[in-house]
Write a protein that binds this ligand. Structure first.
Ligand code: PMP
Length: 284
């Protein structure tokens, strides 16, 4: 059984309890981060902390603990669960208060919950075979830059993708791809340029995205941060996604159309290898 962290205590996972009045439960009034672990170390931890701070500040949720304390809790969870490779999920909600739409005034303590998930991140069969995605309308709210726990539409989209025999969904707004249901989306065009949507309220600023764009530029690739249409994606030489849990994953099919020659792209494969290499070197 896993050891989890709930509001100041480490306990067995079946003993972790949060109030039924928690606003995360009643209003999805909470934010989260997922940090990957390789060789027992945290990948891109400071990036995840910076985005957490921003998410909390956009929603006026006070910090439940200092960054040093959060790092220490992450490390203790890795140790207590002997986690060599996997993920740490961390959620901060506004806390418990009698049900009312208004943000509660005065003293309310944010809830802090963390747990681990074991899983292979480096050796994933999908990295060699590629993912199939379907496009679906982006029906999420208009502040996707805040990493809230309001994940109902992404859950519906992934479930619909699965029902259609695909692995995931790319979300589309006004004819342009915003991002994947839980990842950022990229294409490589016939000129070899890497194209991904620019940061705005329309997408989550991926921590992996930021590293990948830096590494792509360093390796001499042309990077274009601009919206791309479904038509452009279907005609692309390569497509791929990035996220903390998948690193870089090639996309080989969109809505049943093969991308490029239908095999994982060379640039996606190269960026995946470079990213993992650097992630391990800079892990804390
Ligand atoms: N977009 C969305 C909607 C996501 O849920 C995620 C994963 N949390 C990402 C992008 C990728 O972000 P990151 O690289 O920080 O995991």
């Amino acid at each position: 059984m896993r050891t989890v962290y709930v509001n100041g205590v480490f306990c067995p996972e079946n003993q972790g309890v949060v109030s039924i009045f928690d606003r995360g439960f009643l209003f999805a009034d909470g934010v989260y981060e997922v940090t990957s672990v390789l060789d027992g170390k945290l990948i891109d931890f400071s990036g995840h902390m910076a985005r957490l701070r921003r998410s909390m500040s956009e929603l006026s949720i006070p910090a439940p603990a200092s960054e040093d304390e959060l790092l220490s809790i992450h490390r203790q969870l890795v140790d207590k669960n002997a986690l060599a490779e996997g993920l740490i999920y961390m959620q901060v909600s506004r806390g418990a208060a009698d049900r009312d739409f208004l943000f509660p005034a005065g003293d309310i303590r944010p809830s802090l919950v963390l747990f681990t998930q074991t899983g292979q991140l480096r050796d994933r069969p999908a990295a060699k075979t590629g993912l199939k995605v379907v496009t679906l309308p982006d029906l999420r709210w208009a502040r996707r830059d805040i990493k809230t726990v309001q994940l109902l539409y992404p859950s519906m989209a992934k479930t619909e993708a699965k029902r259609r025999g695909a692995d995931d969904a790319w979300l589309v707004e006004d004819g342009f791809v915003t991002e994947g249901s839980s990842n950022n989306a990229y294409i490589v065009n016939a000129d070899g340029a890497l194209i991904t949507r620019p940061l705005s309220h329309a997408i989550l600023p991926g921590i992996t995205r930021s590293a990948i764009l830096r590494l792509a530029t360093e390796t001499g690739l042309t990077v274009e941060e601009r919206p791309f249409s479904i038509e452009e994606a279907l005609a692309a030489r390569e497509a791929f996604i990035t996220s903390a849990s998948s690193f870089v994953m090639p996309v080989v099919e969109i809505d049943g159309h093969k991308i490029g020659d239908g095999a994982p792209g060379e640039i996606a494969g190269r960026l995946r290898a470079i990213y993992i290499d650097e992630a391990v070197k800079t892990a804390v």
